[in-house]
Design a protein around this ligand. Structure first.
Ligand SMILES: [Fe+2]
Length: 504
C-alpha cells in the first residue's frame, strides 16, 4: 500500500522542525530533508554511542522496595515528548528496511499507577529509510482519560474510549490503531503519532464491545479477526473486519463470567479462545481495588474452538488445568488437530506477583475429529520466554520459527533478558545473551526474504549502564549473534508491550 512517508512529511512534524532539530537552516536547504548532516557512512555515525565494552558492562539489577517495580529501573515512566533526527547508529541498518516502527507501552502521566498494566499509553516511533534511522518521536495517546488527567480509576468503567490504550498498535486497512486491554482503540496519525479519535469501526462496536490488543490478520484474505471482552454481558464478542476495515461479522460468545482474555488465535479454518481463571471482580472494582482482576482457579479453565468467521453456536470447549496465558506464538491446523504454542504461566494475579509465576513454553494440541475435543499439553522449553512473535505472513499457518524475550529470574522485578529464536521443528532455542545490564523488549519480525522466518527482528533494548535505549536490529535467523545494528534513541524508552512495523 502506498501512503505518505510516515513521520517525515506531516504538518505536525514538518521539514522545518526537522531542520531546526538537526541544526540546519531552512533558507540553506539544498539537500533532501532528513538526510542532511548524516555524514557519508550510511547513517552509521557514532555520535552519542558509547564504546561497545562500556555497553556490555554489568550493573547489578537492584530494586528499591519502597517503589513498585513497574515504576523504577527500566520500567519507570518518562514524561516529555521528544523529536530527533539522524539517530546515531552502530552497525549496519539493512537498506531494505524502509518504514516506521511504532511501539506502545504503559507510561502513567502522574508518575504513579497501581500496576504495570494501568499507565497511560505512550507511543514511540522510529523511522528507517535507506539504511538510516532518520527520525524518532514519542507521544502520549490522547485518550479521554489522559486528557482529563485521571489516570487509571477502576470506578470509571473503561467504556468506549475510556481506556489507557497502552498495550499494542495495529496496522490494518491503512489505519494505525493503538489498543488497550478493553474499550475502543484509538486512531493514530502515523505521520506524527497524534491521536485522531476513539474508533468504534463506524459504530460496529456499539458501546459495550471492546477491541483486543491482539487481533489477527488472516494472510489469505487480509481480514482482521478480533474479539472484545467486557465486564457486563455479553462478556465476550467476536468480530471480523474485511480487508477494507469494515466489520462484516459479529458473534456473542457465551461465557459465564467476565475473565481477562488477553489474546486469541486463528488457523486457516478455526478461531481459538482460552477462557482462564483471572476473573473481573466488580465489587473490588467499585471499592477502588488496584487491580480488579483476580486469580480464581475454582472457576476452571478451558479452550474453545469455533469455525473461522463462523457461528458462536458451533464453538466447542475442552477443560484444561487452571493456568494463565497472555500470549500465543501462533496456531495452525495439522489435519484434525489444532496446534497452538503458548507462553503458559501457572497462575496470575493471586498476590499481584507477576514476576514470581512459573513460565514455560507449551505446545497445545486440540483434537477436533471426535464429538468431544481432546487436549494434549507438551513442554517445549522451560526457559522464561514471553512477548512472543512470529512471521505474520504465516499467521494461522504452520510455522517453524518463533521469537520471544528470554527473561532471567529475579525475586523483585521482571528481569527482561535477550531475544530467543525457537525452532519448533528441531526444538532448539537460540538466544542472544545481552549481558546483565541490557534488557530487550518484544522482537517484532519484519520480512526480508520469501521463506518463513527470513527477515529481521526489531527490539527496543534498554541499557542500565548508561540509562539509554537502542532500537536493535537482528538477523531473525540468528538473534544469538547479537544485533546487526544498534540505533541510539534520544532518551530512555520504558519497557513496554507491543509494536508494529509499517512498511513504505
Ligand atoms: Fe499482549
Amino acid at each position: 500500500m502506498k501512503h505518505a512517508k510516515l513521520l517525515a512529511s506531516m504538518p505536525g512534524w514538518s521539514r522545518r522542525e526537522f531542520l531546526r532539530a538537526a541544526g540546519l537552516s531552512v533558507a540553506g536547504l539544498s539537500l533532501p530533508p532528513l538526510l542532511g548532516g548524516c555524514g557519508s557512512d550510511s547513517g552509521n555515525g557514532r555520535g552519542g554511542m558509547p564504546p561497545a565494552d562500556e555497553m556490555a558492562q554489568a550493573v547489578p539489577l537492584t530494586v528499591d522496595p519502597d517503589i513498585p517495580w513497574w515504576l523504577q529501573n527500566g520500567f519507570g515512566p518518562v514524561f516529555d515528548e521528544l523529536e530527533a533526527v539522524d539517530l546515531p547508529t552502530r552497525g549496519r541498518i539493512p537498506p531494505e528496511l524502509n518504514g516506521l516502527y511504532v511501539r506502545n507501552g504503559s507510561n502513567p502521566q502522574s508518575g504513579h499507577s497501581p500496576h504495570w498494566f494501568f499507565g497511560d499509553g505512550m507511543l514511540h516511533a522510529i523511522r528507517l529509510e535507506g539504511g538510516r534511522a532518520v527520525a524518532y518521536r514519542n507521544r502520549y495517546v490522547r485518550t479521554p482519560l489522559y486528557l482529563a488527567g485521571h489516570g487509571f480509576d477502576t470506578r470509571m468503567p473503561p467504556l468506549g474510549g475510556n481506556n489507557q490504550s497502552n498495550v499494542s498498535v495495529v496496522w490494518h486497512a491503512g489505519r494505525l490503531l493503538s489498543s488497550g486491554e478493553v474499550g475502543f482503540p484509538h486512531r493514530i496519525d502515523p505521520r506524527d503519532l497524534s491521536t485522531i479519535d476513539a474508533y468504534d469501526f463506524d459504530g460496529a462496536l456499539m458501546t459495550t464491545s471492546s477491541f483486543t490488543a491482539h487481533p489477527k490478520i488472516d494472510p489469505a484474505t487480509g481480514a482482521l479477526h478480533f474479539f472484545g471482552y467486557w465486564v457486563f454481558p455479553p462478556y465476550l464478542q467476536y468480530h471480523v473486519a474485511d480487508a477494507s476495515g469494515r466489520v462484516v461479522h459479529s458473534q456473542d460468545i457465551a461465557v459465564a463470567k467476565s475473565s481477562m482474555i488477553h489474546s486469541f488465535a486463528i488457523t486457516e479454518q478455526d478461531v481459538v479462545f482460552w477462557e482462564l481463571p483471572v476473573l473481573f471482580d466488580l465489587t473490588a472494582a467499585l471499592n477502588g481495588a488496584d487491580n480488579p482482576f483476580a486469580w480464581q482457579p475454582n472457576y476452571g479453565a478451558r479452550l474453545g474452538v469455533m469455525p473461522l468467521g463462523g457461528l458462536a453456536s458451533d464453538i466447542r470447549w475442552v477443560e484444561i488445568e487452571p493456568c494463565y496465558v497472555f500470549h500465543e506464538v501462533n496456531a495452525y491446523r495439522d489435519g484434525d488437530d489444532v496446534i497452538l504454542h503458548v507462553c503458559r504461566h501457572d497462575h496470575m494475579f493471586d498476590h499481584d506477583d507477576l514476576p514470581a509465576t512459573q513460565l514455560t513454553l507449551r505446545r497445545w494440541e486440540l483434537g477436533t475429529a471426535g464429538t468431544e475435543l481432546t487436549f494434549r499439553d507438551t513442554v517445549v522449553s522451560d526457559r522464561e520466554l514471553e512477548l512472543p512473535s512470529h512471521d505474520r505472513r504465516f499467521t494461522g499457518r504452520a510455522n517453524r520459527y518463533g521469537w520471544a524475550v528470554d527473561s532471567r529470574e529475579h525475586p523483585d522485578t521482571l528481569d527482561l533478558g535477550g531475544i530467543a529464536l525457537i525452532d519448533f521443528v528441531s526444538g532448539e532455542v537460540r538466544a542472544w545473551d545481552p549481558g546483565l545490564s541490557r534488557h530487550a523488549n518484544e522482537a517484532f519480525f519484519v520480512p526480508g526474504g520469501a521463506g518463513e522466518g527470513e527477515g529481521w527482528l526489531l527490539s527496543l533494548v534498554y541499557n542500565r549502564a548508561d540509562d539509554a535505549t537502542d532500537l536493535c536490529i537482528f538477523d531473525a535467523q540468528h538473534p544469538d549473534h547479537g544485533p546487526i545494528a544498534e540505533i541510539r534513541t534520544p532518551r530512555r524508552i520504558p519497557h513496554g508491550f507491543h509494536g508494529v512495523w509499517i512498511p513504505d
